[in-house]
Design a protein around this ligand. Structure first.
Ligand SMILES: *Cc1c(COP(=O)(O)O)cnc(C)c1O
Length: 372
């Protein structure tokens, strides 16, 4: 029996043709394709936003933190359960990522835990759209407003999702997306920052090209800056035309991908509800494009279910090991995260997953829990 992948890219002839088009045109670096990808993302999201495409979701987060002049001596509040990228993006600036606990119901940032960790060094809060959902983001913004904090949303899971009927990214302070190979859409690797703050947007545009001022504008008109000034630390974090060409094809498929991901998640929810020892997360299912499908395995049986799935050729994942348990980021006092770190298990979800494959996953979990 074939192995059922936890996640994978969904790319084909259209992406190949787009790559060939860029290669034939002869300019692989950052140019027209990137500009067009940014314009297309902006018009899809709405809200008249600045969109800056970069090399990865991690570099999007790093540039966002750096653009706020957050660095040594500063702290950023962040849920412990997220990809280690969110933590590394903060520590890369010299600031300290302060691990906060999460809610058991949906693994979203526990605002009470964040409030307890507020100090005079806190500059920003980084809520994560875990599993594409961000219930209670309003309260995070209210907390940020009353304490003078900036908000950087890690929306790496959430591209294509809505909140209260509004596209994720269309409102809010600074929103970061990832287009790595397995996210809702991919540009090979890639990411984007979305904001209405013109100063932050300009800092990020320059920051992705070594801090060279207005180099983006030059490259988008097929020129290049030979003489320039630099005021800030910069990075080589731009997106290439090759990547953007893939991303533009993926944008055309977003509706199809979203429909498939939603269909599969709905079916999992129906078939895995009320199983002994398996709990589902409580998300805004009607609004999200689910990037991962996570269950909580109770009674200390997560690894046993994992072994059972593996023996049947079904991949599974852990999103995520709590970051406050890692040596580099170690801290105490996130009991819910500690508990969830032993319970969370992600099951296969991607646009290429077939009905027959999903049947196998469902049957395996139902059998494990004693339902037949
Ligand atoms: C994927 C991801 C990132 C980083 O994105 P990359 O493009 O892989 O660098 C950050 N945060 C979360 C929650 C992610 O899932």
């Amino acid at each position: 029996m074939n192995t059922i992948r936890l996640s994978r890219s969904s790319v084909g002839a259209e992406e190949s043709a787009a790559l060939a088009r860029v290669i034939d045109a002869g300019y692989l670096g950052m140019g027209d394709e990137v500009r067009l990808f940014e314009e297309e993302i902006a018009s899809l999201i709405g809200g008249n936003r600045h969109v800056i495409c970069v090399s990865t979701g991690t570099s999007a987060l790093h540039l966002a933190v750096a653009a706020l002049d957050i660095g040594p001596g500063h702290e950023v509040l962040i849920p412990s359960i997220t990809y280690v990228a969110s933590f590394q993006a903060v520590s890369a600036t010299g600031a300290r990522p302060v691990a906060c606990d999460v809610r058991d119901s949906d693994v979203f940032l526990d605002l009470k835990s964040a409030e307890q960790r507020l100090t005079r060094h806190t500059r920003a809060i980084m809520p994560v759209h875990y599993g594409s959902s961000a219930r209670g983001l309003e309260e995070v913004y209210a907390f940020a407003r009353s304490n003078g904090l900036r908000v950087i949303e890690d929306a790496a899971h959430a591209f294509g999702s809505t909140r209260n009927g509004i596209n994720v990214g269309a409102e809010g302070d600074i929103i970061c997306f990832s287009f790595d190979g397995i996210k809702n859409i991919t540009s090979g690797e890639g990411g984007a920052v979305v904001t209405s703050d013109a100063d932050v947007a300009a800092r990020i545009r320059d920051g992705r090209l070594l801090g060279v001022e207005k180099d983006t504008e030059a490259r988008y008109t097929a020129r290049r800056s030979w003489t320039f000034d630099v005021h800030h630390q910069g990075f080589r974090y731009h997106m290439s035309n090759l990547m953007a060409a893939v991303g533009r094809e993926q944008l055309k498929k977003l509706a199809k991908f979203s429909q498939r991901r939603r269909f599969l998640a709905d079916r999992y929810r129906k078939e895995l509800a009320q199983l002994d020892g398996i709990a589902l997360l409580s998300m805004d299912w009607a609004e999200i494009v689910p990037h991962i499908f996570v269950v909580k395995v109770q009674g200390g049986r997560r690894d046993a279910l994992g072994a059972h799935l593996r023996s049947l050729g079904i991949e599974w994942g852990l999103h995520y090991q709590p970051n406050h348990q890692l040596s580099f980021f170690r801290s105490e006092g996130c009991p819910v995260s500690d508990q969830l770190g032993g319970e969370l298990l992600s099951i296969p979800l991607h646009a290429e997953l077939t009905d027959a494959e999903q049947d196998r996953v469902i049957a395996a979990i139902r059998a494990f829990s004693g339902a037949v």
